[in-house]
Design a protein around this ligand. Structure first.
Ligand code: HIF
Length: 290
């Protein structure tokens, strides 16, 4: 380094405060752009982070949140990813403001931020994902098919490395957001507060009477009382299956337990297939508007 003219270029190494600044920018944008859907981009950001991660295959080590390959067709065009352009576009100005962050880290940070800002538990976060090119796109069919039952759920989520308890804890995320006819073909929200993280999904699964919705769309359930809520066939599968249902009962009765297990399992989902270096510490971000 003492040789004239050979000074090593300064590489920017972001620290906790830099990631917190990105978090704050996303949180403020969430607050600002409240004219979307049920009043928040939060749910669709959570779905983006999950679909980026949920392509993981533990056997081959392919897929997962390390790569952000959904930026490219064919992955962006996979049926399961319909509508996620809204989430990717929402984050584009944040990427412009903080060009040093990879898309893969940004999408997951946005998922963490959305959950926390929607009053969910704090989700520890580690950066270090690298964006990959189009060749790393995963094949279609790795994400779950909502028309199926418990065997399919186990096949898909065991492939990522999750057990029964983890599958049910994760499922609580369907307290958030809604189905859109022009995206998945399904229609409606799962809960009455789709922009707040709660254990209501589990309570409603157990407390409401669910019946098939009579309509021309894909087979889905509606609650008998108000007909305003919905469940997918895969949602009903977790109360139709005895082993899954035991966990539904626990999470419906104990929101603290749900928050604790949900934070752990969504944190695990978001890190599937990411080769962190030993020294990468977990960051816990301070909520902004929550
Ligand atoms: Fe979803 N999910 N998900 N999901 N999901 C939809 C929407 C959201 C499944 C299907 C759908 C999880 C598991 C599964 C969110 C988060 C998570 C939609 C509607 C469908 C069809 C898309 C649309 O029309 O806009 C299936 C079959 C799953 C396997 C059980 C995760 C656990 C619950 C892993 C998870 O975190 C979120 C959030 C949304 C709402 C998106 C929105 O735009 O509001």
């Amino acid at each position: 380094n003492d040789i004239p003219g050979s000074a090593t270029p300064k590489v920017f190494t972001p620290k906790f405060d830099d990631y917190q600044a990105v978090y704050n920018a996303i949180a403020n944008r969430l607050e600002e752009k409240d004219d979307y859907d049920d009043g928040s981009y939060g749910p669709v950001l959570v779905r983006l982070a999950w679909h980026a991660s949920g392509t993981y295959d533990k056997e081959t080590g392919t897929g997962g949140s390390n790569g952000a390959t959904m930026r490219f067709a064919p992955e962006s065009d996979h049926g399961a990813n319909a509508g996620l352009k809204a989430a990717r576009d929402f984050l584009e100005p944040v990427k412009e403001q903080f060009p040093w962050i990879t898309y893969s880290d940004l999408w997951i940070l946005a998922g963490v931020c959305a959950i926390q800002e929607m009053l969910g538990p704090q989700i520890p976060y580690r950066p270090g994902r690298q964006d990959k090119d189009i060749a790393a796109c995963t094949p279609d069919g790795r994400l779950p098919d909502a028309s199926q039952g418990q065997d399919h759920l186990r096949n898909i989520f065991n492939r990522m490395g999750f057990n029964d308890q983890e599958i049910v804890a994760l499922s609580g995320a369907h307290a958030l957001g809604r189905c859109h006819v022009d995206r998945s073909g399904y229609k409606g929200p799962w809960t009455f507060s789709p922009t707040v993280v709660t254990n209501d999904y589990f309570k409603l699964l157990l407390d409401e009477k669910w019946q098939w919705k009579k309509w021309n769309g894909p087979k889905q359930y509606e609650d008998k009382t108000t007909k305003a809520l919905m469940m997918l066939p895969t949602d009903m599968a977790i109360i139709q299956d005895k082993k899954f249902k035991e966990w539904v009962v626990k999470y419906a009765a104990d929101n603290d337990l749900f928050f604790k297990d949900f934070a752990a399992v969504i944190g695990k989902l978001f890190e599937l297939g990411v080769p962190f270096s030993e020294s990468t510490e977990k960051m816990v971000f301070k909520p902004v508007n929550a």
